[in-house]
Write a protein that binds this ligand. Structure first.
Ligand SMILES: Nc1nc2c(ncn2[C@@H]2O[C@H](COP(=O)(O)OP(=O)(O)OP(=O)(O)O)[C@@H](O)[C@H]2O)c(=O)[nH]1
Ligand SMILES: [Zn+2]
Length: 305
């Protein structure tokens, strides 16, 4: 039988088929070439499994090829990585320009990672209710930076329920990952999108009754209008992955589209003569904040929030 992994605790997996949800174990080895992972499967994986009729549980036998996946490095073992989720259609970053204000550096890091993972990304600006007219103008300016390079931007108020319908429309029938810094209102927004909170709480306690730890794993929730929402408790950003310096520019769409006009084909876009990227920064075709983020990541200033 084929199914979708909707919950993982490390040794047990909840697998959803068209008409049921089966607790499954794994048989055999599931490896990704080149990386060692602490968990072989994650939410969003499509698997084949066989039922064990006596126990009412299943055994996963095969993993279907993934179209993408996101990982994070395991905390203690630097060589190991944890797969957070697979087969994503969309990565959403919830941000706010109100308190606690999300820095542009953080947004840009998120977008670079999404590009590297090949997951389309959008930004949701929350706490719209806190903005004055002047604030709204600034908000529009920030959004223009990202809209112009192809990242759709949405404005909502999770508190007042403003524009929630546009988000429901956006994520309908998709598998969407939600990320965001603590305090931006990610939980409030998710509660708007999954009004059936009782069910959500119930599912969690049901699993912890079995002595399983749920907190460090992403959770996948079925949306009432179709599709799935993945929440990543305890994970504020997409997994950090190693990006080669010479590749970094490719993960900035506005640099990617210009860099083949640089004079040198190994241009780093830092101080080279005839650099099309620097020229665009100069004449404001590329936003200075975006270019600053490029330099910051290039120079390995990973700690900047
Ligand atoms: N004014 C206003 N406040 C909001 C809005 N959304 C959330 N908040 C408030 O912001 C604070 C953080 O909201 P949460 O939903 O807990 O934020 P979170 O991003 O999930 O953060 P953690 O719970 O720390 O993970 C709470 O005090 C919310 O009431 C909004 O749209 N407008
Ligand atoms: Zn260049």
């Amino acid at each position: 039988m084929q199914g979708l992994v909707i919950k993982s605790t490390g040794s047990w997996y909840q697998v959803k088929t068209a008409d049921s949800v089966v607790d499954c174990r794994i048989k055999g080895k599931f490896r990704i070439k080149g990386i060692t992972t602490t968990n072989p499967l994650a939410v969003g994986d499509v698997v084949d499994f066989e039922m064990e009729p006596e126990q009412g549980t299943g055994v996963i036998t095969t993993l279907r090829p993934r179209k993408n996946y996101i990982i994070r490095k395991a905390v203690n073992l630097s060589k190991q990585a944890q797969i957070i989720a697979a087969n994503l259609d969309l990565a959403v970053l919830v941000v706010t320009l109100a308190s606690p204000r999300t820095s542009l550096g953080f947004i840009d890091r998120f977008l670079v990672t999404a590009e590297a993972y090949d997951v389309p990304a959008v930004l949701i600006f929350n706490k719209l209710d806190l903005f004055s007219d002047e604030g709204l103008e600034i908000l529009a300016e920030y959004q223009a930076i990202y809209q112009n390079i192809g990242y759709p931007c949405y404005s909502v108020s999770a508190k007042e329920g403003t524009h929630i319908d546009s988000i429901q429309e956006l994520i309908k029938d998709k598998v969407t990952l939600f990320s965001g810094h603590s305090g931006v209102g990610k939980s409030s927004l998710i509660n708007r999108l999954l009004p059936d909170l009782e069910l959500r709480t119930h599912q969690i306690s049901d699993w912890s009754d079995k002595g399983m730890h749920t907190t460090t794993f992403a959770e996948m929730f079925e949306l009432p209008q179709g599709g799935y929402l993945i929440d990543t408790p305890g994970i504020r950003e997409l997994g950090v992955i190693d990006i080669e310096k010479q590749e970094l520019g490719h993960f900035f769409p506005e640099m990617r589209e210009r860099m083949n006009q640089c004079r040198f084909n190994n241009c780093r876009h830092i101080n080279e003569p005839g650099c099309a990227v620097l020229e665009a920064v100069e004449n404001e075709g590329i936003a200075l904040s975006r270019y600053d983020s490029y330099l910051s990541i290039y120079n390995g200033n990973d700690t900047r929030a």
